[in-house]
Design a protein around this ligand. Structure first.
Ligand code: NI
Length: 173
């Protein structure tokens, strides 16, 4: 199975807007499988195509607690689109495999409904609340070249990027 390398800031793919896929065919399914494996190995709960340097609108998530031996519950999406978002907001700490070891509280709509093509290429919808809602919004942002640190003040963002630069120089990430 293909395994990908996760790119980290300031990789240019993280700043780009991904293109919709035409259909979910075997090539896209192979990509989804490979992204899931890469995400599980990291480990993380979500991964967008931009993070492995592919600029198509594909993302994968799995919020099951694997360390507590919960059954895997992978969600694969192509061309996800938010069709509803609640006025009510939710504040939650987020992190990102492409912004390693950095966390910040991010405010987002509490509930969203997302339309997408599933692993079989069928149209599907997901209503997400709490962590799943933050996760799917965070991953869709990736497809638009947006990172969670982009919601922070310039000062905070620069501090985080500086810290990553330092960790990279020390070979800690
Ligand atoms: Ni991320």
């Amino acid at each position: 199975m293909t395994e990908y390398k996760i790119v980290t800031v300031p990789h240019p793919a993280l700043k780009q807007k991904s293109k919709a896929v035409e259909t979910v065919d075997d090539t896209i399914r192979k990509q989804m499988d490979g992204m899931l494996k890469t995400m599980y190995d990291a480990p993380g709960i979500g991964l967008a195509a931009n993070q492995v340097g592919i600029l198509n609108r594909v993302l994968v998530m799995d919020l099951s607690k694997r360390d507590e031996e919960e059954k895997p519950n992978p969600i694969c999406m192509a061309n996800p689109e938010i069709i509803y978002e609640s006025d009510e907001l939710s504040l939650m700490e987020e992190g990102c495999l492409s912004v390693p070891k950095q966390y910040a509280d991010i405010e987002r709509p509490k509930i969203v409904r997302v339309k997408y093509l599933d692993y079989n290429g069928k149209e599907a919808e997901l209503e997400a609340d709490n962590l799943l809602s933050h996760c799917v919004q965070h991953e869709i942002d990736h497809l638009d070249g947006i990172l969670f640190v982009d919601y922070l003040s310039t000062l905070k963002r620069k501090m985080i990027l500086k810290r990553i630069d330092k960790l990279k120089k020390q070979n800690l990430i």
